[in-house]
Ligand binder design. Structure first.
Ligand code: PLP
Length: 424
């Protein structure tokens, strides 16, 4: 696209060229596994990375590519790689920089599935993830040593909604010569926050949430900021010869888009978590209305948080949009258009009171997800964070009476009425 379009325009147009055969306005679903080679040389050139083009959908697919280009545009990156889930986007990102014997320094404020991947799966693969006390630079810095390959943080970290102070964390990463990876799922495809603009190098999303937006498809995406120099001796996986691709050096072939390229060529190709073209079509459908849904979700969330804060049966509300919230200031610094669609709150009492409240709700669905058009509630201690020990749960901001609510786009009066009657 020639001009510098704004987010709302990019969300419906970026990455798409009108299909010259059908002239359809919608992005076609290229539901094809493999692609014809024009001639012998063309096939050989594709395989030796001399030419770009489709070989096999585990690596590239034209529908997936439109989604990838649109996400790169929305997040202000240079390239993106779509994956089958948010979880695989996080995994491929880490495997792009770290191997056995390396370590990653991470914020402790993480989605439960990410925490488990870091603490168990990566540990078993020989990659140590060092959890800091918080996502503040002074807590991250002492854990960084010569084998540290990245700092990993989560924006509006699920479920405590901590907003990292991106700029000083990016300064720390720069000072140490390591990259900064951000899970920006709750930043709503860049509509609320674009971490790359604040110095992050990679922005990772579970596209399953607000990007898809309708609870119909799993997906993930890795956006490459193109703003890190990988050939500094510390990142042989990106700037050294690739053992799994006949010695190809990704930084030489793909320049500043080497991270996204390796996530595809070594990540998707060797490990397999590629998105289905149909799911990418659903992600594109979702993106077209993202800003409209995001405005409504954030508006509903703020009204609900204010209602809950006033209610005598609610012990506390954690939503960065509330002025007394500890992250309100950082929210004002780094977020646009609102403070997110999700909050946690504690009902007065303990586990039983929280469970009873959930079972009295009629409209708000009891679901372990976020970012849907429908409002969803979950009890993290017994579900999303149940694999964590009680100590780890508290460190992640999860108490027995904590509930997480993801505001949908319903009429907010109906949502408040549902909450009011369930609180009793
Ligand atoms: N990152 C965050 C912040 C999430 O909330 C989730 C899922 O809830 C994931 C990653 C994993 O995404 P997915 O469920 O698409 O694998």
């Amino acid at each position: 696209m020639k001009r510098n379009y704004k987010f709302e325009t990019l969300q419906v147009r970026a990455g798409q060229e009108i299909d010259p055969v059908s002239k359809g306005t919608a992005v076609p679903i290229y539901q094809s596994t493999a692609y014809v080679f024009d001639d012998m040389q063309y096939g050989a050139d594709l395989f030796s990375l001399k030419k770009a083009g489709n070989i096999y959908t585990r690596i590239t697919n034209t529908t997936n590519e439109v989604f990838e280009k649109r996400m790169a545009a929305l997040e202000n990156g240079v390239a993106a790689t779509a994956t089958a889930s948010g979880q695989s986007a996080v995994l491929l990102s880490l495997l792009n920089v770290a191997k056995k014997g390396d370590n990653i320094v991470s914020s402790p404020f993480l989605y439960g599935g990410t925490f488990t991947m870091f603490a168990i799966t990566l540990r078993d693969m020989g990659i140590e993830v060092r959890f800091a006390k918080s996502d503040r630079p002074e807590d991250l810095e002492p854990l960084i040593d010569g084998s540290t390959k990245a700092i990993f943080i989560e924006n509006l970290a699920n479920p405590a909604f901590s907003i990292p102070d991106f700029e000083p964390i990016a300064d720390l990463a720069r000072k140490k010569g390591i990259c900064l990876l951000v899970d920006n799922t709750f930043g709503m495809a860049g509509y609320l926050c674009r971490p790359i603009e604040y110095g992050a190098n990679i922005s990772i999303h579970s596209a399953t949430k607000w990007i898809c937006g309708h609870g119909t498809a799993l997906g993930g995406v890795i956006v490459d900021g193109g703003n890190f120099k990988w050939d500094i001796g510390k990142y042989p996986l990106l700037a050294g010869p690739s053992e799994s691709y006949h010695g190809a050096v990704y930084t030489e072939i793909f320049g500043n888009a080497a991270f996204a390229a390796r996530a595809r060529i070594d990540g998707l190709r060797n490990l397999g978590p590629a998105p289905s073209p149909f799911n990418s079509f659903l992600m594109l459908q979702g993106l077209e209305t993202l800003s409209l849904r995001a405005d409504r979700c954030c508006g509903n969330a703020l009204e609900i948080a204010e209602f809950l804060e006033r209610h005598p049966k609610v012990e506390s509300v954690n939503y960065p949009g509330l002025p007394k919230n500890p992250y309100h200031g950082l929210g004002k610094k780094y977020l646009r258009h609102g403070f997110g669609g999700v909050m946690t709150f504690k009902v007065k009492g303990g586990f039983k009171e929280a469970a009873d409240f959930v079972s009295r709700l009629e409209l708000i669905l009891h679901v372990g997800s976020v970012g849907d058009t429908k409002s969803l509630i979950v009890h993290p201690a017994s579900t999303t964070h149940s694999q964590l020990s009680p100590k780890e749960q508290i460190a992640a901001g999860v108490y027995p009476n904590t509930l997480r609510l993801s505001a949908g786009i319903e009429n907010v009066d109906d949502l408040i009425c549902d909450l009011e009657s369930a609180l009793g």
